[in-house]
Design a protein around this ligand. Structure first.
Ligand SMILES: [Zn+2]
Length: 115
């Protein structure tokens, strides 16, 4: 006789003997409580068609242009271009920048979609 498959929360993967059905997912107690508070404003599943050609510029080109501008701005602001072993904790800086990125992205989605 095989052991029963371990049930895990669909949102956070925490082992959950008795998950709660919330929408299309099975959630642990913690995620269920978040779902109960936020279910009216959570994002719908990301179901999109593949990208198609358009008349817009390649986004990678836009990003490269912006990166060059940031490099020049940083060099002007700090008097030196970003280099390794500069006395900063790059992981910490990147982590904190990514926290800001996430909230700005979520703000923009909420402002665009109203949820
Ligand atoms: Zn969970």
């Amino acid at each position: 006789m095989e052991p029963a498959a371990e049930l895990k929360c669909d949102n956070c993967a925490t082992p959950t003997p008795k998950p709660f059905r919330c929408g299309a997912k099975w959630l642990c107690q913690h995620c269920k409580e978040m779902w109960d508070r936020l279910s009216t404003v959570v994002l719908a599943p990301n179901v999109q068609p593949p990208p198609k050609p358009s008349k817009g510029p390649p986004v990678w080109d836009l990003v490269q242009f912006d990166m060059l501008a940031r490099d020049k701005m940083g060099a002007s602001k700090y008097g030196v271009r970003l280099q390794p072993f500069n006395g900063r904790d790059a992981l910490r800086d990147a982590y904190e920048e990514s926290l800001d990125l996430c909230v700005y992205l979520r703000q923009a989605i909420f402002e665009r979609d109203g949820k």
